[in-house]
Design a protein around this ligand. Structure first.
Ligand code: EPZ
Length: 420
């Protein structure tokens, strides 16, 4: 079992340059889109993270061939070998649900295990199913599996009851091959969805309103191959911005898209960090001696991302005062709190709110990672905790961060991966 060991100190100053990887949450739907055509997709700037290999394992079971060279992926589904996404893969990664829409659209049948809940809460997919039924799919839930069939999907008007990233992505892909026009209302606005739409258009899809809440799709008979660059990972970038603010450091992040980080930048500037945009795709963060407390409420893009909540909480443990963090997206996304308490943080959870009292000096301890972003928050806390911190169960970390310990070593952190 692998663990991460950090030798932290209150007066750590992270300094240097980090290249941010491609976005996990953009590459996963882009790979699933490979099911929509029998031609090849060439995706560049892909992150080599565990979830990419998990979805490629699923795609291979469905009939895909793929080849990875460096951070470029070629994937092609000449013909379907199976229409089933088995439970052990869906359990490993709920984003496997993203094959449902493409399988239905291209092959008219899909059997996808219901993704269970996970450490951050119950993860229903009712909005995906309701939308696909409106496009004409017949869907039943049997023995923990979604049994879906559709002779031919046909366009419809669909309004999402609430913003759903995966639901928007599944319906966009299904509508691309449905007969006629589909109007999707109350779409999620995350940049990863825009990146997917741009790929679908390159493949021949007809989509209007990209990046807006109402998107119109005119279905086409078939889609072709494309070459497409995956956008930088805004959550990895945000994680390193917090690392700079937390350690009064001076870090240059390159290969990012600052436009995707506006709310994160705004909150970090308010906390006292200096963040300056440099040529096009780079940002410099300089941490301040005093960190100001502030209340944060997570919300769908362009609001403060739920995927940054755990990381920001660590920063607030070092702020001079009290901060209230409200998590509105997931119903159990505070599992990192108990582990932060072990490191000496002063945090109290009441329902969807966590009250963080700072400044509390942290001290190293052995902790357990429970989910991807909790893992990142424990690393951030370990960096500034006096003494040694060991983080167990780091398989969660590797799902969404590419070589994070090497990137942190490169800017002065004493962090290593230990195998035993
Ligand atoms: C995506 O998950 C991301 N994952 C998550 O990132 C991210 O936290 C989330 O969007 C919100 O931004 C990927 O893109 C692979 P949702 P997704 O559908 O699509 C409820 C990470 O750390 N909902 O936008 O599953 C749902 O329970 C991961 O990188 C329904 O009720 O999120 C949640 O409360 C974690 N019914 C809210 O909507 C549905 O049918 C938002 O979920 C679907 C969702």
């Amino acid at each position: 079992m692998e663990r991460i060991r950090i030798r932290g100190t209150h007066d750590l100053r992270l300094q240097g340059e980090v290249r941010i990887s491609g976005s996990k949450n953009a590459v996963l739907p882009a790979i699933a889109a490979g099911l929509l055509t029998n031609e090849k997709l060439n995706l560049t700037n892909i992150p080599l993270v565990k979830d990419v290999f998990t979805i490629l394992t699923l795609m291979k079971q469905l009939g895909a061939e793929y080849d990875i060279e460096g951070n470029s992926l070629a994937v092609q589904v000449r013909d379907i070998a199976s229409d089933e996404a088995a439970y052990e893969l869906v359990r490993a990664m709920r984003a496997s649900i993203l094959v449902l829409g493409p399988l239905l659209a291209r092959y008219g049948k899909a059997v996808v295990a219901l993704p269970g809940g996970c450490a951050i809460g119950s993860r229903p997919i009712d909005l995906h199913i309701n939308g696909l039924q409106k496009l004409g799919a017949t869907i039943s839930l049997e023995h923990g599996y979604i049994q879906a069939t559709a002779d031919k999907l046909s366009g419809a008007s669909i309004e999402f009851e609430k913003k759903t990233v995966g639901g928007t992505e599944n319906l966009l892909m299904a509508a691309s091959l449905a007969a006629g026009e589909t109007v999707l209302k109350n779409c999620a606005l995350e940049p990863e969805i825009t990146n997917l739409c741009e790929l679908l258009v390159k493949m021949g899809a007809r989509i209007d309103g990209i990046g807006e809440e109402t998107v119109r799709v005119i279905g086409v008979r078939e889609l072709g191959g494309a070459t497409h660059e995956i956008i930088p990972d805004r959550i990895e970038a945000g994680t390193f911005l917090v690392a700079g603010a937390l350690t009064r450091g001076d870090i240059l992040l390159n290969h990012i898209n600052p436009a995707h980080l506006q709310t994160i930048i705004e909150k970090l500037r308010y906390s006292g960090a200096i963040i300056e945009p440099l040529r096009g795709s780079a940002l410099r963060v300089v941490g301040s001696r005093e960190i100001k407390p502030q209340d944060i409420t997570t919300s769908p893009y362009p609001g403060f991302p739920t995927d940054m909540q755990a990381q920001f909480m660590v920063l607030m443990t070092q702020a001079l005062g009290t901060s209230i963090i409200t998590e509105t997206i997931f119903d159990r996304r505070f599992s990192h709190v108990n582990e932060l308490l072990r490191l000496g943080a002063n945090i109290e959870v009441q329902g969807d709110k966590a009250t963080v009292k700072g400044r509390t000096p942290l001290s190293g301890a052995e902790v357990i990672a429970t989910d991807l972003r909790a893992s990142a928050s424990l690393i951030l806390a370990g960096l500034i905790a006096n003494g040694e911190t060991v983080i167990n169960e780091i398989e969660h970390l590797d799902r969404g961060y590419e070589r994070i310990e090497e990137k942190l070593q490169g800017i002065g952190a004493s962090i290593e991966r230990i195998r035993n």
